[in-house]
Design a protein around this ligand. Structure first.
Ligand SMILES: Nc1ncnc2c1ncn2[C@@H]1O[C@H](COP(=O)(O)OP(=O)(O)OP(=O)(O)O)[C@@H](O)[C@H]1O
Ligand SMILES: [Mg+2]
Length: 271
């Protein structure tokens, strides 16, 4: 086993809040730090981690053939061309959901832990069988939510289940933060969310249209050293996982308007 191997489930409860985007970008960010990282698509119903990473045309075998022992793990792993420290283990076809058991996910994770420093598991939405299978393999978890009441409520349910399964530590990433809406109290504030969920905050990712552009291109933001706010946030999550003390951004100072710019300049005493 890689001596420091960490298997982290990326989950949310609610769908569409940014699990797969975080898994892909965090995978690249960790790989760029020199850490051997594998991303495991546990969303067998709606797999799209391969698409986000631009690896969909390079898939030959999947976790399904590995489990059936009809190929070796090495044959199924898809190495990222630009980031050789990153590999993807693709999900098999959706019918896997009919027979996959929690022990199967443990078997796969056990194999990956022998070779990688980080095993990131992209969890399906919901708390049904797909979640139960994925959580069985997890040692730690990152819960991702947006600052919306429904997403926070679902995150709370998932946190309860993670506790029941003995997954520890569980940390929080707050995604799609809009500083302006927070400032005008149209959106839950960061403190509201952390108070409700009582989890340590591992990262804050701003709403960033570059995320959508990069998703459509199959080139995660973190890949090409983008300096966009979300790219920085994903990079910071990777460094915090590694134990670096990286300060969180303050959404009230991250606006893009003129006032925010003036405030930033004054803080840097550039005036
Ligand atoms: N910080 C962000 N800023 C803007 N758009 C974002 C951000 N994070 C995610 N998105 C967008 O939100 C959508 C959903 O993201 P993603 O597929 O990662 O969510 P998910 O939780 O994996 O969804 P599912 O539950 O369906 O698996 C995508 O279109 C993605 O580009
Ligand atoms: Mg997803």
């Amino acid at each position: 086993m890689a001596s420091t191997s960490r298997t982290i489930l990326i989950c949310s409860g609610k769908g569409g809040v940014g699990k797969t985007t975080l898994t892909a970008n965090l995978g690249i960010a960790l790989a760029r730090l020199g850490l051997r990282t594998v991303v495991l698509d546990a969303d067998f119903g709606l797999r799209n981690l391969d698409l986000l990473l631009g690896l969909e045309n390079r898939i030959v075998f999947t976790a399904q053939e590995v489990l059936a022992e009809s190929c070796r793990l090495e044959q199924a792993l898809v190495k990222h061309k630009q980031e050789p420290n990153l590999a993807l283990l693709p999900a098999g076809n959706p019918r896997m959901l009919e027979w996959l058991k929690p022990e199967d996910m443990q078997t796969i994770a056990g194999m990956l832990e022998k070779q990688f420093d980080y095993v990131l598991i992209d969890c399906p939405a919901g708390i049904e069988d797909g979640f139960k299978n994925a959580v069985a393999a997890a040692k730690e978890a990152i819960v991702i939510t947006t600052p919306e009441v429904s997403a926070v409520r679902d995150a709370d349910r998932v946190i309860g289940l993670l506790n029941t399964h003995g997954v520890k530590p569980v940390q929080l990433v707050l995604n799609r933060v809009r500083p302006k809406m927070m400032a005008s109290q149209e959106m839950l504030a960061v403190d509201d969310v952390t108070d409700i969920l009582a989890l340590p905050l591992l990262g804050l990712v701003l709403e960033d249209e570059q995320v959508i552009v990069s998703t459509n291109r199959g080139e995660p933001l973190t890949l090409n050293g983008s300096s966009s706010p979300a790219a920085r946030a994903y990079g910071n999550v990777a460094r915090r996982l590694q134990g670096d003390d990286v300060p969180l951004i303050d959404p009230s100072k991250e606006g893009r308007g003129l006032r925010a710019k003036v405030r930033r300049l004054m803080q840097k005493k550039i005036f």
